[in-house]
Write a protein that binds this ligand. Sequence first.
Ligand code: GDP
Ligand code: IMO
Ligand code: MG
Length: 432
Amino acid sequence: MKSIVVVGAQWGDEGKGKVVDFLAGSFDYIARCAGGHNAGHTVIFNGKRFVLQLIPCGILRPGKHAVIGSGVVVDPAALVAELDTLAKAGIDITGRLHLSTRAHLIFPYHRQMEKAAEAARGAGKIGTTSRGIGPAYEDKMARHGIRVGDLFDAARFREKLDRVISEKDAVCRATYGVPLDTAGLADQYLAYAERLRPLVADASELINSALDAGHSVLFEGAQGTMLDIDFGTYPYVTSSNAISGGACTGLGVGPTRINGVAGVTKAYTTRVGSGPFPTEMPDLEATEVRDRGKEYGAVTGRPRRCGWLDLAVLRYAVRINGISSLVVTKLDVFDTQKEIQVCTGYRYKGSPVKGMPASAEELAEVTPEYRSLPGWQSDTFGVQSAEKLPRAALDYLKYISDFLDVEIGMISTGPDRDATIVCAGTQLAKWI
Ligand code: GDP
Ligand code: IMO
Ligand code: MG
């Protein structure tokens, strides 16, 4: 039995798509457990580029199974659009894509309410992806969500939707002064249902039976540790459990069935949207890294905020997720960097900070302490073996690994599937 979680160790966009795609070659099932189409996972191989939002990256590997678990919130319009994109690219998903009957649905009114809520927050806005993610999870927790399985009994679906709409319309008018726009919604969703019907499954049963039969499972995390609803920089977070534990709750798989956790981190840090970011670079430096790393949102196109690697964040991520192996991506982005700063801890009001502040306000006021390491100023783009990396790059990676006391199992030196180094003798190498 081989079952591994790939989790973002920072604020998302660490390169999970690239890493999952690489590892997927060695796994039978690839499963998403949380988030929705706020995720954007980029995969590049054979000159083709895909950005997957809801469908696990494993779908791009012939013969592999891809599972969307009950912890995911699903906008059927987004899912159908993604199915169309895959079909156009000649990728046959027949019998390989499975959608949990328990996953909650996103409706257009979720986006409408999110837009109104973000506007009402003014300067304190979260800077969400505007996909309706938060309001859909709110409905789930408030116990008036509508789930994938509800789509397949038309009369019951209409009844549930009518009830929710009348309640939401009243709330929306009272709170934001706008009515809900819901004309033709039930018919539209019942039409999507016909596209989705062949995919629907009991995802928990599917994954557990696969494990029983000796198949291997890769859990594809979305977002990142610092965006987790419980452990991230609350309230500047997403509305789901993005940490490794989300694999258990979002797919109905027991913790005893998971053998390892790979934490993905960039060689630096990025963040999209609002919220504290202690190691954020000053404008000019950030612009350079943003250009070299092409740091623009895969989903929204927004420029990503850029900063130095933050080992306080990574140490926290190692603890919260139980990371057994680190994957460092985008090493090549530092190829021209003369000097590299690494944050080794924070001070708050002059005193050293132990652990990670729970308060976003406090985290926004910490002063990072940096260690400066020499850059390598040579080309690592596309390098496929550790021996070919310059000494200073190896030293940088060793510094990270020693500081965190976790192995670095894999290094990424470019966006392409082949631009990957698997570190010999590591735990991660054994999973492949
Ligand atoms: P995800 O959300 O974690 O899957 O990451 P995204 O796909 O949103 O963002 C990562 C970006 O970095 C994508 O454009 C990838 O193609 C790119 N990328 C991934 N690994 C590397 C790498 O090692 N080097 C470079 N230069 N780009 C990379
Ligand atoms: P992947 O899987 C980076 C951020 C948004 C915003 C906050 C809340 O590609 O790494 P939401 O729409 O989820 O309510 O927005 O979370 N965010 C992400 N940032 N990568 C992601 O996913 C993200 N998903 C959400 O920018 O700050
Ligand atoms: Mg992304």
